[in-house]
Write a new protein. Structure first.
Length: 297
C-alpha cells in the first residue's frame, strides 16, 4: 500500500500577502516600474472593497461583481471602472495560476465609448506660443519646449522623461526613443522647427550628452508626477484645463485628417496592434458633416 504523504496545515494567504507575491512576480518578469506603480495604485482601490486581511481562498466571482457594483456608485467613468476591473482580473488570474484560489470566469464591464476631445486650433496657438524669454523662468521655458515636442511626436510621458540629450540626432534629424511601453525602441523624424527649438533649449539647459533632456531645476531627471503637474500649470496659465496626454490624441487625429497613413501613425505612436491606433483616430463632428455634405445621392 502506498504511503500517504502527510502535509502540514498551512495558513491561507491574505489578499495583502498574495498581492505582494504578485508584485514580486511582476518584478521577476522585469515589467516596467510604471506598470508596477500602476498596479499598486489600483491596489489602493481594491482594498476599499476587499479587506487586506481577507483570506484569498474566499474570493470568488461575487467578490468581483460586488467590487464592480461599488465602483459604479462612485463618480468615475466606465473606462476607469473597466481599467480597475482588468487590473483586479490580472491579479486574480495570478492567484488562480498559483492554485491559491479556485478558477472562475470573470468578465470586464462594458465601456461607454465616447470621442476623446483634441486641442482646438486656438488652444494649440496659445500652448505653442513662445514665452517671453526675459520674463519666464526655466520651468515655463521647459514646458513650452515639451509642448512643441509633443505636438511634433506625440510620445508618452514615460518616454519623454527618459530621453537623454544624446538621443537627439541633429545631423540626421531623428529622435531615438529608448524607453517605450512595449519595450521596442522608436526612431522618430524631427522637423526643422522642433530641432531649432531643441537647440535653443539646450543652450539654456546645457548638461552632458548622457544626462536627461528634461531635467528639474537642479539638473537631475524630472519626476513624472512633477513634470505632469508643471505641464498642467503651464496649460492652465494659457487657459487650457487639460494635461499633456491630449497632445497624443490631437497629433493622431490631425495626422489622419491630413490624409496620413494609419500604418505609419501606428509606428509613430509605438503601438504593437493597429486596432489600438484606430482608437486614436476619432471621427469628430466636423469630419462627419463634411462626409455627409460630400456624399449626396
Amino acid at each position: 500500500m502506498a504511503k500517504k504523504l502527510i502535509k502540514m496545515n498551512q495558513k491561507n494567504k491574505t489578499f495583502a500577502e498574495a498581492f505582494e507575491d504578485f508584485i514580486f512576480n511582476c518584478k521577476s518578469r522585469n515589467l516596467r516600474e510604471d506598470t508596477i506603480l500602476h498596479y499598486r495604485k489600483s491596489y489602493r482601490i481594491f482594498v476599499k472593497y476587499i479587506e487586506p486581511a481577507t483570506d484569498i481562498s474566499t474570493i470568488n466571482k461575487k467578490t468581483v461583481d460586488d467590487f464592480i457594483v461599488n465602483l459604479k456608485k462612485r463618480d468615475i467613468t466606465s473606462q476607469t471602472i473597466c481599467s480597475y476591473t482588468k487590473d483586479l482580473i490580472t491579479v486574480l488570474h495570478f492567484f488562480m495560476d498559483a492554485e491559491w484560489i479556485k478558477r472562475f470566469k470573470i468578465e470586464s464591464p462594458k465601456v461607454d465609448i465616447s470621442p476623446v476631445e483634441i486641442y482646438k486650433d486656438t488652444e494649440i496657438k496659445k500652448l505653442l506660443k513662445k514665452p517671453n524669454m526675459k520674463k519666464c523662468n526655466f520651468t515655463e521655458f521647459q514646458c513650452w519646449t515639451i509642448s512643441c515636442l509633443l505636438a511634433s511626436t506625440a510620445i508618452r510621458l514615460s518616454s519623454l522623461i527618459n530621453i537623454k540629450i544624446q538621443d537627439i540626432d541633429f545631423d540626421n534629424e531623428l529622435l531615438k526613443v529608448m524607453h517605450t511601453k512595449n519595450r521596442k525602441s522608436l526612431i522618430l523624424p524631427l522637423n526643422k522647427d522642433i530641432l531649432r527649438i531643441l537647440r535653443e533649449y539646450l543652450k539654456v539647459r546645457q548638461g552632458e550628452t548622457v544626462e536627461y533632456l528634461f531635467c528639474n531645476t537642479y539638473g537631475k531627471q524630472s519626476n513624472r508626477a512633477t513634470l505632469a503637474l508643471n505641464m498642467r500649470h503651464y496649460n492652465r496659465k494659457r487657459g487650457c484645463s487639460t494635461g499633456l496626454h491630449r497632445w497624443r490624441h490631437t497629433y493622431a487625429t490631425l495626422y489622419i485628417r491630413n490624409n496620413g497613413d494609419i500604418t505609419k501613425l501606428q509606428r509613430y505612436l509605438g503601438h504593437s496592434n493597429l486596432l489600438v491606433t484606430e482608437r486614436y483616430t476619432h471621427l469628430l463632428m466636423p469630419d462627419l458633416k463634411k462626409d455627409v455634405n460630400d456624399f449626396n445621392i
